[in-house]
Design a protein around this ligand. Structure first.
Ligand SMILES: *Cc1c(COP(=O)(O)O)cnc(C)c1O
Length: 356
């Protein structure tokens, strides 16, 4: 593989949006990182070029059989004006775990990180500066063979696109109401659940739409076999605080190993909180609520970091958590992790990578 990255800059840069126009994933920067793969040749033609649409053959494998993976991470403008990325090597290494499951060739994490850092240094004026804003980074790989037979593609393309995003909680924490799904399932052990791949999202849409119609923001998935054990929320992992213990389902193949999940486990363990990665059934959660020991429930993910849960509805049995308010551990974890991300607190875990 060539270690060169060619650079072709746009002559018509777009005006930068104001912080209050950002939202999530609607606006894209001027450039993207792109790289191709061909069997026998490896990854080649790494380049930074103007952001824009590209031509695709209608027989492209990815359009028919979904051979694709993605990632989602963030860059920040810190309080002292640096541009940093949160745990980029961990996210890119996870991309290789997804790649293996989808028969996509692995990337060289250090090389792609070099490309990402180059792209970010070109786009640094796109990193917004408003309170709790950030630059969302979306790397993804798609199959590109034109062929209708079902087999892994021999060619691929990797993209990294960037999107400035607004504060997730512009008016402070908003705890969410969650529908516990006991009809549809998202993934099973042995399937794609641990991979960040579009198919998992396709599988989740109908349940999420039906939950929305009932007035819920998210779906909490139960295991696909017994519909008994808790898995994860739509785009987040989930934690329960019961009797001062933080409990989150273990990584056994059907759920995504979130970087925020991992960061929460590290921070909470360092604080001396008891953290357990173990199976937890929906019955256990409801029993804890009945006994008055269910203290907090929160989701974790790159977009929101911590998302407090105010209410669960499991087949019409509704429980309210912590009087519908954000719990102290949820708030403390949010302040600690975002504090590290925005450079307000010491980076004691070595998570932040600075962009020159
Ligand atoms: C991305 C994702 C998460 C959260 O992972 P983070 O690395 O914390 O952003 C959780 N569940 C699913 C299904 C995901 O795709």
């Amino acid at each position: 593989m060539s270690s060169e990255i060619s650079i072709n800059l746009t002559n018509s840069p777009k005006p930068k949006p104001k912080d209050d126009q950002l939202g999530f994933g609607k606006i894209f920067t001027d450039h993207m990182f792109v790289m191709d793969y061909a069997e026998g040749k490896g990854w080649y033609n790494a380049r930074i070029e103007p952001y824009g649409p590209f031509l695709m053959d209608p027989a492209n494998i990815v359009l028919h059989y979904g051979q694709a993976i993605f990632e989602g991470m963030k860059a920040y403008r810190t309080v002292d004006g640096k541009i940093t990325v949160f745990r980029p090597r961990s996210y890119l290494s996870r991309m290789n775990r997804s790649a293996e499951r989808l028969c996509i060739p692995p990337i060289d994490v250090e090389f792609v990180l070099k490309g990402l850092k180059k792209l970010l240094s070109i786009e640094k004026d796109w990193v917004p500066s408003g309170e709790m804003t950030s630059l969302y980074i979306r790397p993804f790989i798609i199959a590109t063979d034109s062929f209708l037979g079902v087999k892994p593609s021999a060619t691929y393309r990797l993209f990294i696109i960037l999107s400035p995003v607004g504060a997730y909680y512009p008016e402070g924490f908003k705890p969410v109401k969650i529908w516990v799904e006991s009809e549809y399932v998202r993934a099973v052990k042995g399937g794609l659940g641990f991979a960040k791949t579009p198919a998992n999202y396709a599988a989740s849409l109908l349940a999420a739409e039906e939950a929305k119609k009932k007035g819920y923001t998210q779906v909490l998935w139960l295991d696909g076999v017994e519909k008994k054990y808790i898995e994860e929320v739509g785009t987040m992992n989930i934690f329960f605080k019961i009797n001062d213990e933080l409990i989150t389902p273990p990584l056994e193949g059907s759920i995504l190993g979130g970087m925020t999940r991992d960061s929460v486990i590290q921070v909470a363990s360092q604080w001396g909180l008891k953290v357990s990665e173990r199976n937890i059934s929906i019955e256990e959660v409801y029993a804890a609520h009945a006994q008055g020991t269910l203290q907090e429930v929160f989701g974790t993910g790159t977009a929101a970091v911590i998302s407090p849960v105010s209410l669960l509805d499991w087949n019409g049995k509704v429980i309210t958590i912590n009087n519908g308010e954000t719990g102290e551990t949820s708030l403390r974890l949010y302040d600690e992790i975002t504090g590290i991300q925005y450079g307000k607190l010491a980076d004691k875990f070595g998570w932040m990578e600075e962009i020159e």
